[in-house]
Design a protein around this ligand. Structure first.
Ligand SMILES: C[S@@+](CC[C@H](N)C(=O)[O-])C[C@H]1O[C@@H](n2cnc3c(N)ncnc32)[C@H](O)[C@@H]1O
Ligand code: SF4
Length: 449
């Protein structure tokens, strides 16, 4: 059996994170706007169907050099009002063309970014009132926001609580000042502590921290410090992301030197020190990158087999449609993906002209739908039952991983072992028929480790 370092050398290859299947570079059959609207109508026609809304706020006051998100960096807050107007107009265009949305329950709202708390209290209100006065809200709802603790005020959290927000995700990344300097993110512990405690006092009942391993000049000692400070604040969930280094897509990642990045085996050790510390404190590992306390709904949902994975990572359940509003937002009607224009000006221009800002998408064929379900099972349950027709092929693809003790078979059932958990992305690739037929034309995915 091979040592850990050899395994890392073997499996540290570019690999998708499988927040969708097909993965975005393999989207081919793009819907035109009318087809997209029909897809939504089909998805919400079923009785009791629910809509989950994703609202993208792209703005940040400063740029963190590691960042892979769709952002628009400016300290000039005059961008807020026009953006809010365009968002609301986009939603009203959906209501005009699909009046059924008014009678379909909204069970989730997720504010993502960028930094949603870039917006003033007044503008947050404008968006939420503008949407909520036109729809029905489910009794069991989950409203969540991603915040940058450096720029989050108590009054913003109060405003969101008034609209029923109870989940908050804080961008922490790393507590070490030198790492923070290199990623252009000066974030004293006290700011993170303030937002965490204020949110709890206001009645937010799930607090998530985003941490990243693999950042420039992170060492075991800096990582242990970050983990220790994190555990002091006892977040309910921890997203422990592997740093995705994609400088060919994100030029700002060239602003630090690659020599400062931990190597594959070093990066793995950072992950393991985090995982071990979280598990010692009672956190449970959930699929790729996530940990949750046993009291958190992400874990209870995993136990019930209801966990879902989408563009936002892991969620407690699957909605019939995830409707994305705002620049670059992605929607998912299960049988079809749809992404809005990624450039702010283009997005706003299209909306002003009264047209939907479709950039691209993908209509899933039967094979895609079947593979999507299999990959989702593996990514949310660590196990999947394969159809007989794929068994020989997948067994042969995974034979080396089986030899390395990363997976086990029981008839048609494939199970990821403890040792195999860090290699989940590699294992999912066995079911990714599109990628196995054709490697990507250019470098698109970050490394698996
Ligand atoms: C929209 S941001 C979170 C909210 C806020 N903008 C902030 O930074 O505090 C989403 C998260 O994506 C993660 N992220 C961004 N770029 C990444 C990268 N290149 N590799 C891994 N994770 C990344 C970070 O952990 C970040 O907190
Ligand atoms: S990490 Fe957050 S605050 Fe930093 S640039 Fe990215 S979205 Fe903006």
């Amino acid at each position: 059996m091979e040592s850990k370092v050899d395994l890392i050398a073997k499996y540290d290859i570019p690999a998708p994170r499988y927040t969708s299947y097909p993965t975005v570079p393999y989207w081919s059959d793009s819907p035109d706007t009318e087809t997209w609207l029909d897809q939504i109508r089909n998805s919400i026609s079923a009785k009791d169907s629910k809509i989950s809304l994703y609202i993208h706020i792209p703005f940040c006051e400063t740029l963190c050099t590691f960042c892979g998100c769709n952002t628009s960096v400016t300290k000039n807050h005059s961008v807020e009002e026009p953006y809010v107007e365009h968002l609301l107009k986009e939603f009203s265009m959906y209501l005009d063309r699909i009046p059924e949305i008014r009678n379909t329950e909204i069970n989730e709202i997720h504010f993502g970014g960028g930094s949603p708390t870039y917006l003033s209290e007044e503008n947050l209100k404008q968006i939420l009132s503008g949407i909520l006065e036109n729809v029905k809200v489910a009794n069991e709802k989950s409203f969540a926001i991603e915040v940058d603790p450096r720029r989050t005020r108590k009054t913003q959290l109060e405003t969101l609580r008034e609209y029923g927000f109870r989940r908050i995700s804080l961008g922490v990344q790393d507590f070490n000042p030198e790492v923070q300097r290199l990623i252009n993110r000066d974030q004293p512990f006290e700011k993170t502590e303030f937002v965490t405690k204020t949110a709890r006092d206001l009645g937010y009942d799930s607090v998530n921290f985003d941490l990243i391993y693999g950042l420039p000049r992170q060492t075991l000692s800096t990582m242990n410090y970050t983990i220790e400070k994190t555990l002091e604040l006892v977040p309910d969930r921890i997203a422990f992301y592997s740093y995705a280094h994609v400088p060919w897509i994100k030029a700002s990642q060239r602003l630090f030197t690659e020599a400062d990045l931990p190597s594959g085996p070093e990066k793995r050790k950072l992950y393991e020190s985090g995982r071990d510390a979280f598990e010692r404190k009672g956190y449970k590992e959930i699929g790729m990158d996530h940990f949750a306390l046993p009291t958190d709904s992400l874990w209870t949902s995993f136990l019930k087999g209801k966990l879902h994975r989408n563009f936002m990572g892991y969620t407690e359940s699957k909605s019939d449609i995830q409707l994305g509003l705002g620049v670059s937002a992605i929607s998912d009607a299960w049988t079809c993906f749809h992404q809005n224009e990624k450039i702010l000006k283009k997005y706003q221009r299209k909306i002003s002209e009264g047209s939907f800002p479709t950039l691209r998408g993908h209509i899933l064929n039967e094979e895609d739908l079947a593979q999507r379900k299999l990959i989702l099972d593996l990514a949310t349950k660590w196990t999947v039952d394969l159809p007989k027709s794929q068994l020989d092929d997948v067994k042969s693809y995974l034979s080396t991983m089986e030899g390395d003790g990363l997976i086990e078979w029981k008839n048609e059932n494939l199970r990821v072992t403890e040792k195999g958990k860090p290699f989940l992305r590699n294992i999912c690739m066995a079911l990714d028929l599109r990628m196995r037929r054709k490697s990507p034309d250019s470098k698109v995915f970050s490394q698996a480790i």
